[in-house]
Design a protein around this ligand. Structure first.
Ligand SMILES: Nc1ncnc2c1ncn2[C@@H]1O[C@H](COP(=O)(O)OP(=O)(O)OP(=O)(O)O)[C@@H](O)[C@H]1O
Ligand SMILES: [Mg+2]
Length: 427
């Protein structure tokens, strides 16, 4: 009997599986997984080629809007060169055309044999590359995240942190390395960290770093403020418990508690203060949070010396990391980040860097915005007096804005911070 063609039927499943296995063992590299192919066999379009004894080829397609995709095309190796692949494609196209496709595409491995495709009129678009990435969060997890006010962050936050080389390197080594490759860490006997404290003056980038770590790991990020948990029917302690219970269902997550001093400040004798119950609750929740791998608790505070000693005891937090003011090099990077690309070459950066010793990244960001706003207004409203290169922000705008920006972190606060690093820092 000569080769015949017909639509796929569920009874063909085993034969298609056998064909898949046989082709795999002779070097065929599928682009789509077997599960996807089988799903398409049943739900989309599939044509089989058969002779008197068995199924000898299969073509499977899927339609997305007006574009058809061939997700599988295989012919038994004993039947190659007989034009069966071309016929399969032809039959598949006829079947898919009923769905209104205007284009039929196929991805093949780079070394895939494309002779059949070219004969069937497909063009090898050499300038195309195929990209893919795994979706790290399932749909169910996304729902849970939505309920918790969490989200998956953009992927480039880590690279967007300008300067802060020492802090970045420290976090990269202590957190990102062991968490992103826990098998490697294990091989060296390193227990990946489960919880850390970030402390430092306001606006130095604690929140920014917490998010950047989540982004770097590609883990979802949940942030909560103790002050906002008060609305829970069981109070702040109940709110905390609820958050930690829900988080338990996520495969990976970074949980961030900002302003943690609000709930974990020093417990003072009796009568117990209302926050004491909350501190106790958090102290109870941390050990069970630590039990499961793939999760990181980050807490941040401006005022670490106010934290309860029990809170910072060994065993709860793996690291207590200071995030300080940017040094000259970091300030230069931060300035560069906020100065428009078209203006950056014309600005006296070293002067800005010198004049902003003691500024936090947030202060620099503020001054930079102010300078840009001023330059914009001048260029639009005062163009009569403007010279012809008035269309960019200039050094003088920045110097004016710096003069008009108050340094958030006082010298006294810096001194206290230095003492805190000595006494409480744990790297
Ligand atoms: N290294 C950096 N490069 C560029 N911008 C930065 C950097 N660090 C912080 N910023 C910016 O400064 C601002 C303040 O940063 P962030 O909120 O992370 O500070 P914080 O330490 O959490 O402050 P707070 O103690 O007030 O909570 C943000 O707008 C952030 O984008
Ligand atoms: Mg913050």
């Amino acid at each position: 009997m000569s080769t015949r063609f017909r639509n796929f039927q569920p009874v063909d499943t085993d034969a298609v599986l056998a064909l898949w296995d046989k082709s795999r063992s002779t070097g065929f590299e599928p682009v789509y997984s077997l599960a996807e192919v089988l799903a398409s066999c049943n739900e989309d379009h599939a044509i089989v080629a058969y002779d008197s004894t068995s199924i000898i080829g299969v073509a499977v397609g899927r339609v997305a809007h007006e574009q058809g995709w061939v997700v599988l095309l295989v012919v038994d190796e004993n039947y190659r060169g007989l034009g069966i692949g071309g016929r399969l494609l032809g039959e598949l196209e006829v079947d898919m055309a009923k769905s209104g496709i205007t284009k039929l595409s196929m991805l093949v491995a780079d070394d895939g044999k494309s002779g059949v495709l070219e004969k069937a009129g497909f063009i090898d678009l050499k300038h195309l590359k195929y990209f893919e990435r795994e979706v790290s969060v399932s749909e169910r997890e996304r729902e849970l995240l939505r309920d918790l006010g969490g989200r998956v962050l953009e992927r480039d936050l880590w690279d967007k942190i300008a300067g802060m080389k020492n802090e970045k390197e420290l976090l990269e080594r202590r957190l990102v390395l062991p968490l992103s490759d826990s098998k490697l860490a294990e091989a060296f006997g390193v227990e990946p960290p489960k919880a850390i404290v970030l402390f430092g003056p306001p606006g130095t980038g604690k929140t920014t770093f917490a998010k950047a770590v989540a982004s770097r790991l590609d883990w979802p990020f949940i942030e909560f403020f103790p002050s906002r948990l008060g609305g829970d029917k069981n109070g702040v302690a109940g709110g905390l418990r609820d958050v930690f219970t829900s988080v338990d269902e996520l495969e990976n997550v970074v949980v961030f508690i900002d302003e943690v001093e609000e709930i974990a400040s020093k417990r003072k004798g009796d009568p117990p203060s209302p926050t004491q119950g909350v501190t106790n609750e958090l102290l109870k929740l941390i050990p069970s949070f630590r039990e499961k791998p793939g999760r990181l608790l980050v807490v941040a505070t401006n005022y670490i010396r106010a934290l309860d000693d029990a809170f910072l005891r060994h065993g709860r937090f793996d690291y207590v990391i200071p995030i300080g003011l940017p040094d000259a090099e970091a300030r230069e990077s931060i300035w560069t980040r906020y100065i428009p690309a078209s203006a950056v070459g014309t600005i006296d950066l070293s002067e800005l860097v010198k004049r902003t010793a003691g500024f936090s990244p947030a202060d620099i960001e503020y001054a930079a915005r102010k300078a840009s706003q001023r330059a914009l207004e001048q260029s639009v409203y005062e163009s009569k007096v403007a010279t012809k290169d008035s269309s960019t922000t200039k050094t003088e705008h920045y110097l004016w804005a710096i003069g008009d920006t108050r340094q958030t972190v006082s010298d006294e606060a810096i001194e206290e911070f230095e003492q805190d690093i000595e006494r409480l820092g744990r790297l």
